[in-house]
Design a binder for this molecule. Structure first.
Ligand SMILES: [Zn+2]
Length: 253
């Protein structure tokens, strides 16, 4: 196996050897996954929702396993600085910064001592809306401040959560820059870790992300390969409503 493929990342629903950001990083046998959660709700309203009870079971299994829960920063830094990862690791991310995440995931993260990254569609925070009319609204600015004070990271997930593949480059640039600026203006956060709405992008968007100062991009679904080596590709495992906790973990234990 090529040495660049020895760092393993869970992709799709199976364990695939995958590059998370260009060649040249150190060799490691570490295995792990960047977990991608969406809303947490008592009554799941989409395939991407998980209940608080099953999220607690996910966390309980993670806590009782030899898996180290890493902040996203540590994961991205391992590519930038070529630092090795622990043998078994996971990164916890939540998309869309929903009020359900604040209500349910916050206390569970605290209970198990985990930190997570919340990707924020910034206009949804202003409008207190979600993806669908019956979705949980996004967290408020005050709720996001509490998440930060708990030790979690927040990072941009565009401004209005559009499909980048349907926009011209100027609009994509605006979406990236507006969300990055919002997080700085309201929270003093200078995040360089972007998450694509719906996981959709075109290869040329990597240059726009680099122009905006991004160092990583979180993927789900669409994957155009290594692309620009200066942009770390954070390939994620989407945790769906139908998956048992054991199934989620068995992918990288
Ligand atoms: Zn999203």
């Amino acid at each position: 196996m090529h040495e660049c493929l020895t760092r393993r990342t869970v992709v799709g629903g199976g364990l695939l050897a995958a590059l998370a950001g260009g060649c040249g990083h150190g060799v490691t046998s570490a295995r792990g996954a960047v977990l991608c959660y969406h809303d947490i709700a008592d009554v799941p309203y989409t395939l991407w929702c998980r209940t608080p009870e099953i999220l607690e079971e996910d966390f309980r299994l993670l806590r009782s396993s030899p898996i180290a829960i890493l902040p996203l920063d540590t994961y991205v830094d391992s590519f930038v600085s070529r630092r090795p990862l622990p043998e078994r690791w996971a990164v916890i991310t939540f998309d869309d910064a929903t009020a359900g995440q604040f209500r349910h995931a916050r206390s569970l993260l605290r209970k198990f001592g985990f930190s997570a990254t919340f990707y924020v569609p910034t206009q949804w925070v202003v409008d207190r809306r979600g993806e669908f009319p019956d979705s949980e609204p996004a967290m408020s600015i005050d709720q996001l401040r509490l998440m930060i004070s708990d030790g979690h990271q927040i990072a941009p997930h565009s401004n209005t959560h559009p499909r980048f593949t349907e926009l011209d480059d100027e609009k994509v640039r605006h979406e990236i820059e507006t969300s990055v600026r919002f997080l700085f203006d309201h929270f003093g956060v200078r995040s360089r870790d972007f998450c694509l709405p719906y996981g959709l992008y075109l290869p040329r968007h990597e240059a726009l992300l680099l122009e905006a100062g991004m160092r990583s991009v979180a993927l789900t679904g669409t994957d155009h390969g290594p692309g620009a080596s200066a942009l770390v590709k954070v390939r994620r495992f989407e945790v769906l409503q139908t998956m048992t906790s054991a199934h989620v973990l068995q992918n990288f234990l």
